[in-house]
Ligand binder design. Sequence first.
Ligand SMILES: [Zn+2]
Length: 189
Amino acid sequence: MKNFIMAVVAGVFALTLQNCYGQSSSGQTKPADKAPEYSHTETAPVKKSNDDWQKVLSPEVYRVARLKGTERPFTSEYEHSKEIGTFYCAVCGNPLFKSDAKYESGCGWPSFFEPISKKSIVEAADNSLGMHRIEVMCGRCKSHLGHVFDDGPPPTGLRYCINGVVLDFEKAKTAEKKFNSKKKAESGS
Ligand SMILES: [Zn+2]
């Protein structure tokens, strides 16, 4: 009887292990809220219906990116971030802005004076809410990012006012290395 119980316990334990293992190795290398097309290097356009986007995006990303919503001002962790790296489209992974084109506009959203390239984004006239604005969308998946205004700093004079929720940030590895070695040198002297 004791042996039988031990066998049952061992069996349940093995099954549990198998389940855990099965889940963790199911090939989900991307976070659950990313589409299979998400990539930092792929440039082929991504076309999907909003119904399909809604299945993979978090409700807030979906609302801003696909329904042209706006995140609450002064809520983005990226607004005051001074880290060196690249900002990607949170929907498809397309590289959009470098941190060296980022500046503090005080408008309540992460602001940049230029995109990585002309192809990074697309622009369109937006006459909603009784205003004449220029909408900025991702050049790869056409997700709504924010608006561009002509009150930015030199050299472009432009202010790309972007919802932080539709941005993914990746710290530059070389910059991090340089920063750390500088810190080490400073603390050593
Ligand atoms: Zn995109």
